[in-house]
Design a protein around this ligand. Sequence first.
Ligand SMILES: NC(=O)c1ccc[n+]([C@@H]2O[C@H](COP(=O)([O-])OP(=O)(O)OC[C@H]3O[C@@H](n4cnc5c(N)ncnc54)[C@H](O)[C@@H]3O)[C@@H](O)[C@H]2O)c1
Length: 265
Amino acid sequence: MAALSPDAILLTGRVAVVTGAARGIGRAIAEAFEAFGAQVAVCDRDKPRRDRDQPRRDRTDQGKGGALAMTLDVRDPVAVEVFARAVAERWGRVDVLVNNAGGTFHAPFADVSAKGERTLIEENFTQVTGMIRSMLPLMGAGASIINVTSSEAHQAAPGFAVYAAMKAALESLTRSLALELAPRGIRVNAIAPDALPTEGESGVRESMPAGEFDPVRVPPLGRLGDPGDAAGAAVFLAGDLARFVTGATVHVDGGIHAAGGWRRV
Ligand SMILES: NC(=O)c1ccc[n+]([C@@H]2O[C@H](COP(=O)([O-])OP(=O)(O)OC[C@H]3O[C@@H](n4cnc5c(N)ncnc54)[C@H](O)[C@@H]3O)[C@@H](O)[C@H]2O)c1
């Protein structure tokens, strides 16, 4: 294995797929990947905002690059296949797949309907297995998968029991696939965020009734983070600096996971 050079941080020429990239963490990851040299394919059920905000998305790079943005629901297997085909037609391969799309709502476990539960399971777990199966045929040695989970995968989450269970399932899937795909040279890792203010995160927090369980609001680092903090971990995991890292979880949470039940008073 060659010695690392500072260039190992770069993702030059790599083809990266990011789901849920219209805003928040997914958008920050897609932008960081592009800044570090990757060619990026994004999808979201909302129209990707970068299409509206940043026309440079349509630029072409050496005739074969340029970003690809598709509006789709990752829970729709037909739409995901169309997306995978578009990526295959544009680049013929995928080097990085970031399963970022996900979400939840607050509800006491007993109040979650069967339909609501199915939605949470599809939104946070089965769409990821479907996306991985669709993209795997395009992935070869050196490729990597990054699943965005949550600190809730590692602790109790009252009012979010099904979401937390699905994120925990995603952590388990990450480790199993790390072993299954190791012989193909494909790494599989997770990023477990918390306390990164986004539209989704603040919407969920605002929906929580006062006076019930309260999650830690100020991480041990003493401040909230930023979606770009998760992007930093994604750039690391996607590139050669992490070439021997698989089956791992990077906690991007200002220390919340490490703190367990401890908090400064
Ligand atoms: N922000 C945090 O602190 C935090 C904490 C824990 C976990 N997470 C996880 O990080 C990921 C990103 O969260 P965020 O905070 O950026 O949320 P966000 O709601 O701001 O952004 C999520 C993006 O994903 C898209 N999306 C969601 N479901 C989709 C679907 N079915 N099909 C297509 N697109 C879909 C949304 O339209 C949105 O653009 C999620 O998986 C979330 O569970 C975030």
